[in-house]
Design a protein around this ligand. Structure first.
Ligand code: SF4
Length: 345
């Protein structure tokens, strides 16, 4: 049963989409150079811009078969452009955005193609009486980075080695699977001809990438010294800056930490604004709640034992051995300039 091409355009990483593209008879050289395929190249670039700006590759209206074909082709184009730039941050950002887009599109789908997507991403899953079940090993593989409790295997229902998942949660795991796959595949090897052909499309992408990178790099942090953060907070901050979704406990920990060491709500908001599901008013409210502007209660970050129980303690170092609280870590590091040297026995 072959799929409607307009659906393929929504899932362009599927083998069937590749076959559809191959059947159209367009050769790579033509795709890269022929003026009539400019549309696929521009849309390829807009996928990447969307990834940088919104954390989602975006949608566009498709009214003709040609539009659909160009949309399918924009996926390999985007991959080549990301590869030509060859920047790790961009690869991560782009992979995340393709994943987030997949998640969103799977949620919109009426008759699910989730199982087909799962199969192609190497996820062992079945549908039993309308319920989706995923092999527990795959579930573990793709949820290991998800910190919130709902993703712990003990909090799921497992039947004969398969984890039962709602459509929403199933889609979220597939987001991770696609993201991991793209991250592992890119950058693609590029011939000099390929690189030369995509070069004209890269100028503004590179400029935007530089802008983004600047924005992510501790802007507005004033006197705050991120290199003195404890490893747990460094990691939470890096995840925020890379646009990864944090579990609530992680968001709480980093927000209250940043607040306690002296950032105001707007500065914290700026750091959070890179998240793919960023919602300014919601985030502002959450931040102001934690900083006490809304609730009247000023929260402080959790101590190490609590961080540990939430799975948020990460890669503790030698200073960690001496502290019970991430704030004490920071204070020790901020304290006397030569503290670190002085403490080495
Ligand atoms: S020991 Fe404490 S300060 Fe160190 S990484 Fe773990 S939670 Fe953070």
């Amino acid at each position: 049963m072959s799929m409607d091409p307009s659906r393929l355009a929504r899932f362009p990483f599927l083998d069937e989409a590749k076959e559809y593209a191959a059947d159209s008879g367009i050769l790579l050289g033509e795709l890269l150079l022929r003026p009539s395929f400019e549309d696929a190249r521009n849309r390829g670039r807009s996928r990447i811009l969307g990834a940088l700006e919104q954390g989602d590759v975006g949608e566009r209206a498709m009214s003709t078969d040609f539009d659909i074909l160009m949309e399918v082709m924009s996926y390999p184009m985007a991959r080549m452009m990301v590869s030509a730039i060859g920047d790790t941050f961009l690869v991560k950002r782009y992979a995340l955005a393709e994943g987030v887009t997949l998640d969103r599109r799977l949620r919109d789908e009426k008759e699910g193609i989730a199982l087909q997507v799962a199969r192609e991403l190497g996820v062992d899953a079945v549908e039993v009486g309308g319920e989706l079940r995923m092999h527990f090993a795959d579930f573990l593989r793709f949820t290991s980075k998800m910190r919130s409790r709902e993703w712990k295997l003990v909090n799921t229902e497992v039947h004969s080695g398969k984890v039962m998942l709602t459509r929403t949660r199933f889609a979220r795991v597939l987001q991770q699977a696609l993201q991991d796959r793209i991250e592992s595949e890119l950058p693609l090897p590029m011939s000099s001809e390929m690189s030369a052909a995509v070069e004209p499309y890269l100028t503004d992408l590179k400029a935007r990438l530089d802008e983004k990178r600047k924005r992510y790099s501790m802007q507005g942090m004033g006197e705050v010294k991120a290199d003195r953060f404890p490893p747990c907070m460094k990691r939470l901050l890096a995840m925020t800056q890379a646009g990864e979704n944090l579990p609530h406990s992680g968001r709480f920990a980093i927000t209250s930490f940043l607040h306690t060491i002296g950032l105001d709500s707007e500065e914290i908001l700026k750091l959070f604004s890179t998240s793919p599901d960023f919602d300014a008013s919601k985030s502002r409210y959450q931040i102001q709640h934690i900083t006490g502007e809304v609730s009247g209660t000023e929260y402080t970050p959790p101590e190490c034992s609590t961080m540990r129980s939430y799975g948020l303690c990460h890669d503790p170092d030698r200073t960690c051995e001496r502290v019970k609280h991430p704030l004490s870590y920071y204070r020790r590091r901020m304290g006397r300039g030569g503290y670190q040297n002085a403490s080495i026995k």
